[in-house]
Every structure is written in C-alpha cells, then in structure tokens.
Design a binder for this molecule. Structure first.
Ligand code: GMT
Length: 377
C-alpha cells in the first residue's frame, strides 16, 4: 500500500445522499490513516463528533456591496486553492458536478497541476441539471477537466455519456453502508410509539422533491392500508411536503400517517419499518433502499435509474414501472401477508447489502482511483 494521502473533500453538507456518501467516505478514509480536509459552507451533518485525521475548512462568502449575488463558487474555488497549498493536498475529491467540479478545476489552475481532481457524479447533477441547456456545457467542462470521474451506478454512467457526449472513462463507485451502523436492531419500544401490535409500518425517507413522487407513496399506502392494518411514517422535508399533507387529509389517512421530519439517526428510524417505499421518477442509485436493506427492510419501488442495480426484483424487493402504484401496493400486500416470503427477502437483502455494497470494498475502490491519478503504486 502506498503512502497515506491528503485529501480535500467538497460536498453539499446538508441533508442529501451525496453529502452522506462524501462524509461517510471521509470518515472511513481517515480511519485508514489518510488526512481528510472537508471544504464546505457548513459542517457536514453526518460528521458528528471529533475524528482523528479529519479537518474542516469553512467557505465564507464575500458579501461586498457590488455583488447582486454573493459569489459562492468563487469563494469555494479560492478556499480549495488555499487549503490545497497550505495543507499540501494530493487530491480534491468533489461530490456533485455543479458547481463543485468547476470550482475544483479553477482551484487546480491556481494551485498547480500536481493537485489532482476526482469528481463523483451522484444523480440529479446529471439527470436533471445536465438537461438544462444553460448548464450543459459547464457540467461537461467540469467532467472533462477532472483527472478521474466516478458515478454511483451503471445507469448514471450511461446517462452521462448520452446527455453530455462524454467518451472519457467513468469509474463505477456504488453507494455503500457502514455495517457497524446499518444492521437490524430490535426496537420494539420505539415501534410501539407508532404502531399497535399486528400493525405493519411502511416508511418513506426523502427530500420530498418532485423526482421522489411522494404522491405515489400515499397512493400505495392507501391501497395497502385498505387491506392490512398499517401505518405510514414519512421522514424528511422538502417542497412537496405541504401537497402530501393535503393529500393525506383528503384521503382521510391522517390518523394513520406520522411525519417525523428530518432525522439524523436513520439506521434507528429504518429499523422500526417493515417496508421502505421508493417510487421515484429518477434515482441514480437509491441510498435509502441500501440503508433499509442493510437493516433487514425490503424495498418496494420503481425501476427508475440505478434502483434495479441495487434491489433485485423478486429476491430483495419488488420493482415496478414508474407510476404503477397499484402493482407496487399489491407487491407490498403480498410481502406483508407471507411471513416466509418476507423472511427470505430480508435475509437476501442483508446478505446483498453487506457483501456487495460494503464500506471496505467501496473505500478501497476510491483509494485505487486516487493512487491511479497520482501515478502511485
Ligand atoms: O436523492 C436526492 O435527491 C439527493 C441526492 C443528492 O445528491 O444528495 O441523491 C443522489 O445521490 C445519492 C448518493 O449517491 C443517490 O443514492 C441518490 O439516488 C441520488 N438521487 C437521485 O438520483 C434523485
């Protein structure tokens, strides 16, 4: 193994899958002896307590009176350059293409060519933003100027190539879970706060954006709860939440739905669920389905994006075409009504999550990419 590296990590530090992956990766790399410098506008929410080998550099935005819009991107690029020079960083690893890949490119222009840039594409940076003609060229530039590019599913690699006409290599780096955190926990006390004996718990966790199709979550639950005593737990917040609250009231489901808001201890929350619902319109990977799988909770969802690379239909969960909520509900009912089938899905999911998407494997992949771009053995 080559020498430990000095790695700068930039991500969106607030709630969101890309921020979670970036932060968990930083923690794991630090445990392996690398020196990690988070360069973000606030402390990444999953960072938690003090960690050896982890440093945090806050990006402060200049609010000079001539600026109509404070230039966050320029402040970030300058901070990346400062940290890279002062700390002698080997790598800047940026998560989410815009603006982070462009800022890293600018930082590299200032810091010098020895600084290598690795960009990880997470999903909506391509599937939504790269569809926007005003952003397309700049996203393409960020990708082309990176020393290595990774994406979190085969489907995202395919879509990046198609949308942006990228022929350069893109490494596949799936999302992962830390098995010390994500495992089945017994939590009958917590469960009893939400559901009575004999009631099933369905859960949805997201940022309640239109791509998540949270209206479909409610439709699936309405059909399931007409057949099986059940509760729905909604975790997270976002723009579609008021619409969903109104729909739940309209359908007379208020007594059976709990809104938990944003939650930090996702592993604990997931452990009280029987099923995870993920009927997304777009989903490059679906980290929440992996977290659920690793806690022994099968997913009922759509076939969008990279979800089929994670959830094996008929083995660890059920997947249907986007918007087919009746089929999704019928699959949920089938699984919740058959204890033997449910146990086999749970076991298969646990095995798959911990074998195929384990933290050691993916961390090692990222390290290999860093050493490759640095030309180190
Ligand atoms: O799910 C979101 O909308 C948040 C978004 C993000 O960038 O934080 O998540 C994306 O990245 C995750 C981590 O790689 C993936 O697991 C999610 O599937 C992906 N979301 C979408 O593609 C919609």
């Amino acid at each position: 193994m080559s020498r430990p590296l000095k790695i700068g990590i930039t991500c969106y530090p607030s709630l969101g899958g890309s921020g979670v992956v970036a932060t968990e990766l930083g923690k794991l790399l630090a445990e392996k002896g690398h020196e990690i410098h988070f360069i973000t506008h606030s402390i990444p929410f999953r960072l938690g307590k003090f960690h050896r080998n982890i440093y945090y550099h806050e990006v402060e935005v200049s609010d000079y009176y001539v600026f109509r819009y404070p230039p966050y991107d320029l402040s970030l690029a300058s901070k990346m350059n400062q940290v890279a020079r002062l700390q002698k960083l080997d790598i800047l690893h940026v998560h989410y293409a815009v603006p982070h890949a462009i800022c890293a490119y600018l930082a590299k222009q200032m810091a010098g060519d020895e600084l290598k840039v690795v960009t990880t594409l997470h999903g909506t940076d391509i599937t939504v933003l790269a569809q926007d003609e005003t952003l397309k060229d700049i996203i393409r530039l960020g990708i082309r100027k990176s020393d290595a590019v990774t994406a979190v599913s085969q489907d995202l690699i395919r879509e990046t190539r198609e949308l942006l006409d990228i022929n350069e290599p893109i490494d596949l780096t799936y999302n992962f879970v830390d098995k010390r955190v994500y495992y089945p926990r017994s939590c009958s006390d917590l469960r009893a706060d939400f559901a009575g004996p004999g009631e099933k718990i369905l859960m949805h966790i997201s940022n309640f954006r239109p791509v998540k199709r949270t209206g479909d979550v409610v439709d699936i639950f309405a059909r399931v709860s007409a057949k099986i005593p059940a509760k729905l737990l909604l975790v997270g917040e976002g723009p579609d939440l008021p619409k969903i609250q109104a729909k739940i009231q309209r359908l007379g489901l208020s007594e059976r739905v709990h809104f938990l808001g944003k939650q930090d201890d996702v592993a604990q929350v997931i452990s009280i669920a029987d099923l995870m619902l993920l009927p997304s319109e777009k989903e490059s990977f679906g980290l929440v389905a992996l977290e659920a799988m690793a806690c022994g909770v099968p997913t009922i969802g759509s076939q969008a994006g990279g979800i089929p690379e994670l959830v094996v239909h008929g083995i660890t969960g059920y997947l249907s075409p986007i918007g087919h909520t009746e089929e999704m509900a019928d699959n949920a009912i089938r699984l919740l009504s058959d204890d033997t089938l449910y146990a086999s899905f749970r076991e298969a999911g646990l095995k798959r999550a911990h074998q195929e998407f384990c933290d050691e494997r993916v961390t090692r992949q990222y390290e290999d990419i860093y050493y490759r771009v640095l030309g180190l053995p």
